[in-house]
Design a protein. Structure first.
Length: 339
């Protein structure tokens, strides 16, 4: 099967494929998703096959309106309603308790809950409306690889395995949505994203649990590439923690007799002498641009160069930096450049 690339003015054709049970990748404000009709079990099964993803990992249901959530989920709490009002459409995924047997176990991973998200992308909202069904959407990458922030990334991983890709250019946020569990008494962030714990707390007026995403950071820090390695390029990523570490990190890179990659902000790239064996990939000016470009940079060194080692800049672990560092730590298997 040759994968067809659709532009936003070809939404009816892409929607017809989804409605017929085919897979179509779609843009969101975070990363590209791999779409299938959430109410068609055979279509959902194909998503796991195309990605090479373990089938007990549940999927996010993407909706164009709150009424679709209410069709499947138990009555929404006041907390949920406040968050929907504040952040939808946007990069906040919420986990709700389901009505009995509302969605297939292929969607929920056998849980009594499901994750819902209303993405902030006009083309995809039109796609969902035209297909007349909510769509599941894991990130549209091969399992284990960095998530796709361009239609070209999706094409690279999934050409020949899916029917279509709706191309709406680069994604704005670049890291996946915040996943907030609202199925338990205290709201808990299971995955950090652009909607920060502080922003959520300000809306709901109560504390949010955030430990869940720190588990990986405290366990096996000295065993790179083990259990927590996701978002992994072929190259080994070394995290450079502080801006004052760069001179030594680059001196070390210069001594390696192989091509190396350097991912950092323009300030770091301009302040330091970049050795001739190092190829630069700019992360722009700040945490926003760095998050938007992180996965593209990791993929750039994989697909367009022979580079085996990448030095990549750390950011402070707060705000959007929580999401950036969560993804960077996983892609590096917790490996830091140490002076
Ligand atoms: O930004 C995003 O969220 C992107 C775009 C395409 O929407 N999607 C995405 O999907 O990142 P995926 O499948 O790569 O990540 C979904 C995460 C997984 O960690 C999954 O385990 C968790 O959400 N999840 C889904 N349903 C869940 C549930 N019922 N309970 C707990 N975790 C759930
Ligand atoms: Mg993913």
């Amino acid at each position: 099967m040759e994968t067809k690339v659709f532009k936003p003015d070809e939404i009816p054709a892409a929607a017809a494929l989804l409605a017929a049970g085919e897979l179509v990748a779609f843009p969101t404000e975070t990363v590209y998703g791999l779409g299938a009709d959430a109410t068609n079990v055979d279509a959902v099964k194909q998503v796991y096959r195309a990605k090479g993803r373990p089938s007990d990992n549940p999927l996010i249901v993407h909706v164009a309106d709150v009424a679709t959530v209410e069709r499947f989920a138990m009555p929404l709490s006041e907390t949920a309603k406040k968050l929907i009002k504040a952040f939808w459409p946007g990069p906040l995924t919420m986990i709700f308790k389901l009505k009995p047997n509302a969605l297939a176990t292929e969607v929920t991973g056998g849980l009594q809950t499901a994750a819902f998200r209303n993405p902030d992308n006009a083309a995809t909202l039109a796609l969902i409306r035209a297909a007349k069904t909510p769509i599941v959407g894991p990130s549209a990458n091969t399992s284990g690889k960095p998530s796709p922030t361009l239609a070209e990334h999706v094409y690279h991983d999934l050409n020949g395995k899916i029917a279509g890709i709706l191309d709406d250019g680069p994604t704005k946020v670049g890291v996946e949505s915040t996943v907030l569990d609202l199925s338990t008494d205290q709201p808990a962030i299971l995955r950090p994203g652009a909607i920060t714990p502080e922003a959520i707390e300000a809306v709901i007026g109560m504390p949010v649990q955030t430990e869940a995403h720190h588990v990986g950071a405290t366990e096996v820090p000295k065993a790179p590439g083990m259990k927590y390695k996701h978002y992994a390029p072929n190259a080994q990523v070394y995290i450079v923690d502080r801006s004052e570490d760069w001179p030594q990190a680059l001196a070390w890179a210069a001594q390696q007799d192989v091509p190396m990659g350097v991912m950092a902000t323009d300030a770091i790239l301009n302040q330091n002498q970049i050795p001739s064996n190092c190829e630069q990939f700019s992360l722009g000016t700040d945490i926003q641009s760095a998050s938007q470009r992180l996965f593209a940079g990791l993929r750039h060194f994989d697909t367009e160069t022979e580079i085996k080692d990448i030095l990549c800049q750390a950011f402070e672990n707060k705000g959007l930096g929580l999401a950036y560092m969560n993804r960077l730590n996983k892609s590096a298997g917790q490996t830091h450049f140490s002076v």
